[in-house]
Design a protein around this ligand. Sequence first.
Ligand SMILES: NC(=O)c1ccc[n+]([C@@H]2O[C@H](COP(=O)([O-])OP(=O)(O)OC[C@H]3O[C@@H](n4cnc5c(N)ncnc54)[C@H](OP(=O)(O)O)[C@@H]3O)[C@@H](O)[C@H]2O)c1
Length: 330
Amino acid sequence: MTRFIALQARENATGEFEQALVERDIDELPAGELLIRVRYSSLNYKDALSASGNRGVTKHFPHTPGIDAAGVVEASSVAEFSVGDEVIVTGYDLGMNTAGGFAQYIRIPASWALKRPQGLSLREAMVLGTAGLTAALCVDKLEQAGVTPDAGPILVTGATGGVGSIAVALLAKLGYRVAASTGKAQQGEFLKSLGAQQIVLRSELLEGSERPLLKEQWAGAVDTVGGDILFNVVKSLRYGGSAACCGLTAGVAFKGSVLPFILRGVNLLGVDSVELPLVVKASMWDKLSLQWKLDGLDKLVSEVGLVQLPEAIAQILAGRLVGRVLVRVD
Ligand SMILES: NC(=O)c1ccc[n+]([C@@H]2O[C@H](COP(=O)([O-])OP(=O)(O)OC[C@H]3O[C@@H](n4cnc5c(N)ncnc54)[C@H](OP(=O)(O)O)[C@@H]3O)[C@@H](O)[C@H]2O)c1
């Protein structure tokens, strides 16, 4: 029997959710072809929803969240992976209803795992994590829709968040003029250090919500917040522009009209990083490890151990986090 440490979310006697470190046995993990010793995980908004009892993310508690994990294969029952392989796992059911990466071990189907691309260390992969993969998918979708650096500025909403901050850095690296929208007025210098050329306050993006169309401003947008902000973003796309929609921190409702679509020919592009075929995830990780490799990510990452995770979870739920939280599991 091998014992290991995991962060567990559970409901207390008064019906509130709390997180605590527990000792578990490997035999308690679900069945799966790969047993992985986790070295790093990362904190995403969805992890915080799971850790705080959101049944839309996780149905049964106690539960170990963590939709991201990077580590080393300790046991494999498939030919594609050998003991000692370094792997990355993001999404699918990891951390949702399958015990996740906020633990020293996970056991998963082999079809969820990717071998670490040569150009990224396990640590670098988890600095990016699902947030980085999602940012890359958003940029890829915009480019597939014909957005180019010379088409005009690209707006990133929720810019100080995990997906947002990496999207700002990636777009800037690729030569786009980036306008970063944030609710944190004091983080303008941070966003500029990532490559943003213009800072737009979140409150400005809510102006004119009663109007059917707004001034054409953005050639493209990466929207990580949804709700009324997303609709105003769509209304301010330039003719033929595109917005990649991936998040819901401002709300899930999308109230709008067809006018931006039928008068300006704009595109709203859905982005999912969870159930995406593994081969597409692999192609994004390859890009992130080669031509899209981001230097200087240290300025957007803070590193915590499992012990400090509950505090970081509270911060992300309150919308107070800036950048990415890397979880050092060992
Ligand atoms: N589709 C997918 O596959 C996928 C993958 C990853 C994440 N997501 C979603 O994308 C979103 C961002 O994820 P994340 O991990 O980057 O989260 P995060 O680090 O918490 O970033 C979210 C950012 O949104 C802004 N924000 C917070 N509360 C807001 C509010 N009430 N109204 C407007 N903006 C608000 C904040 O940025 P500012 O203060 O700078 O405005 C915050 O930093 C989440 O909804 C997450 O579930 C989706």
